[in-house]
Design a protein around this ligand. Sequence first.
Ligand SMILES: [Mn+2]
Length: 290
Amino acid sequence: MKRKKVKLEYRTVFLSDTHLGMRETGIQKLNHFLSHISCKTLVLNGDFIDGWALEGSGEWKKAHTRCVRLILKMVEKEKTKVIYLRGNHDDFLSRILPITFDRIKVCEKYIHKGKERKYLVLHGDCFDSFSTKRKWIARIGSIGYNNLMRFNRIYNKYRKFRGKKPFSLSAWAKAKVKSAVNHVHRYEDSLANMARKHKCEGMICGHIHVAADRIIEGIHYLNSGDWVESNSAIVEEKDGSLEILNYEQFCKKLNEHKKTTFYPRANLTSANKVVSKRRKTITQKIDSLN
Ligand SMILES: [Mn+2]
């Protein structure tokens, strides 16, 4: 008899920005997490598969297949309902939305009925002016800092040739950080309006890769973070409370749960009896031959 796997049980689990297909993801941690949780509903809140990475320098690894398989196993064995919301890196799905496969639903947005509040769940790229209006800027961002520095060196050679002072990219970047902070604030303001429009008192997003749990203008705003750097999820307990759970906290909880839960092993004593009985008859036969 196989020993039963220890699992943390939740009503709902929200994940976002797992970016399968990207080289640098916390995929091993994610697989560990998925194999030790069970939930009635699993919400994959966008950028589950990174289509942009797969078109470029990304790579689909065995661990990514395992991740998909773990989710399908939950659907099949534990009757988990999966809501897959499209993100901007998996916007190739937009063409076929909404679509349902058995207990898996792929759609644009989802209303989660919590015990106390109703939550509008969506990826959140629609609030991001960079990824909607200026898609090419967001794409350039993924080309990388090193390439940008190389470009800066070449540009400065050109400026020197023209008799101008060199342009400092890092100083420029620092000035831009300030506007990026404002950008995040604007993002959060517009989502509070969106929640009210859908008659929801809460909002659950991903996209900006920053986990959050706070009240904005009376709207409970939650962000599930990502599985590239922060490795975090939002979990809904059986009593309806929602909280951010990062990978370290998850490991701690799982260990505590392992200590306090008793899972019976296979009944070895009866198996041993059978073996010793057989051994007895064999020795008796050998004796009789002698
Ligand atoms: Mn995104």
